[in-house]
Write a protein that binds this ligand. Structure first.
Ligand code: NDP
Length: 329
């Protein structure tokens, strides 16, 4: 059983040296437990935060201990009547070939209805993040102008499409390459998009939002948040989902124009998807309908082999993914 441990804590940008691959015996289940052969696992920006030894909403990864994260696989040994051998399950012990866990910490998923990767992306945590952030946190309404940063990623690509499907007047996206920008407009139906690495963010956003922004779905923080605040309309709402532009910086960048919140009565609201599980059923129903009707595109980028899991994670932080980054074991 190959599995990845945290070998050292990064300061700044993590590298291969912070990960260690070890090999152990394949575990056997005790009472109430199952062993899952993982088929796909997720790499997420939040894992960067868990590499730091600081208290947060999830415990930090421990040195010389296995990393964790979302995964889907097949039960190969079971001591639980609820989760039999052969079942496909979603659980939280990725970064390893075989996971041993209590059956109650798995959720059986229907991989005949959707591929395993969908439960880590469009029908899973990133999908619900996009849905809840846009509709329940930012309260997006039809005919509003929406800006999504990190728009070619797992959460952003869905947030932009949900905005379009829920009747936004204008959906603008930003991403880190010309190819991603083209993809957003031509394949995902964004009205326009820009490359945040290509000239002034503030100027590009101004040109694309002549009537301002009502809702900003913020995946990146930093300079793009500042630029968006300049463009927000009166009573605009910002769903603060992530701040990936800051995660590898030892010193966080300041937002210099927060006084605009006052004059424009802007709501800046941070949120965590785990507070929104109550919306999961409504979300899955609506998303499943859109998928069936072919109205949502689901970009995914696959990296093959457990040996390459850190490459996938580090590549995702560098923007090598289009849509959800998935490791196929
Ligand atoms: P993505 O699939 O979007 O992958 C991360 C992307 O971030 C990369 O592809 C890259 O795209 C972009 N990026 C990297 N560095 C920078 C930078 N300096 N400035 C701007 N963009 C950068 O990841 P997710 O969809 O999984 O997550 C997106 C955001 O949502 C993250 O901030 C994450 O922490 C947050 N999140 C929050 C949740 C919550 O509960 N609040 C739940 C899930 C995610 P590019 O090529 O465009 O640079």
């Amino acid at each position: 059983n190959k599995l990845w441990q945290l070998a050292a804590r990064p300061e700044g940008v993590p590298t291969a040296e912070h990960f260690r691959l070890v090999e152990e015996e394949v575990p056997t289940p005790g009472p109430g437990q199952v062993v899952v052969r993982n088929e796909v696992m997720s790499v997420d920006p939040a894992m960067r935060g868990r590499m730091n030894d600081v208290p947060s909403y999830v415990a930090p990864f421990q040195l010389d201990q296995p990393l964790e994260g979302g995964a889907v696989g097949t039960v190969v040994a079971s001591e639980s009547p609820d989760v039999p051998v052969g079942a496909s399950v979603l659980h939280g012990l990725g970064w390893r070939e075989y996971a041993l866990l209590d059956a109650k910490h798995t959720r059986v998923v229907d991989t005949a209805a959707a591929p395993p990767s969908a439960f880590l992306g469009v029908l899973g945590m990133p999908g619900l993040t996009a849905y809840a952030g846009l509709l329940d946190v930012a309260h997006m309404k039809p005919d509003e102008n929406v800006f999504v940063s990190g728009a070619a990623g797992a959460v952003g690509s869905l947030a932009g499409q949900i905005a379009r499907l829920r009747g936004a007047r204008l959906v603008i996206g930003s991403a880190g390459s010309a190819e991603k920008v083209r993809y957003l407009v031509e394949d995902l139906g964004f009205d326009a998009a820009f490359n945040y690495k290509d000239g002034s963010i503030r100027t590009q956003l101004k040109q694309l939002t002549p009537d301002g922004i009502d809702v900003y779905f913020d995946n990146v923080g930093g300079e793009q948040l500042e630029a968006a605040l300049f463009r927000m309309n009166l009573h605009g709402r910002v769903a603060v989902c992530g701040a990936i532009s800051q995660y590898n910086r030892p010193d966080a960048q300041g937002i210099r124009n927060l006084s605009l919140l006052i004059s424009k009565r802007i709501t800046l609201q941070g949120f965590l998807v785990m507070d929104h599980w109550g919306r999961r059923q409504a979300f899955v129903e609506e998303m499943t309908g859109w998928l069936r009707e072919g109205r949502v595109q689901v970009p995914e980028t696959f990296v093959d082999g457990i040996e390459h899991a850190p490459d996938a994670f580090l590549g995702m932080l560098r923007g090598e993914n289009l849509g959800k980054m998935i490791v196929r074991l």
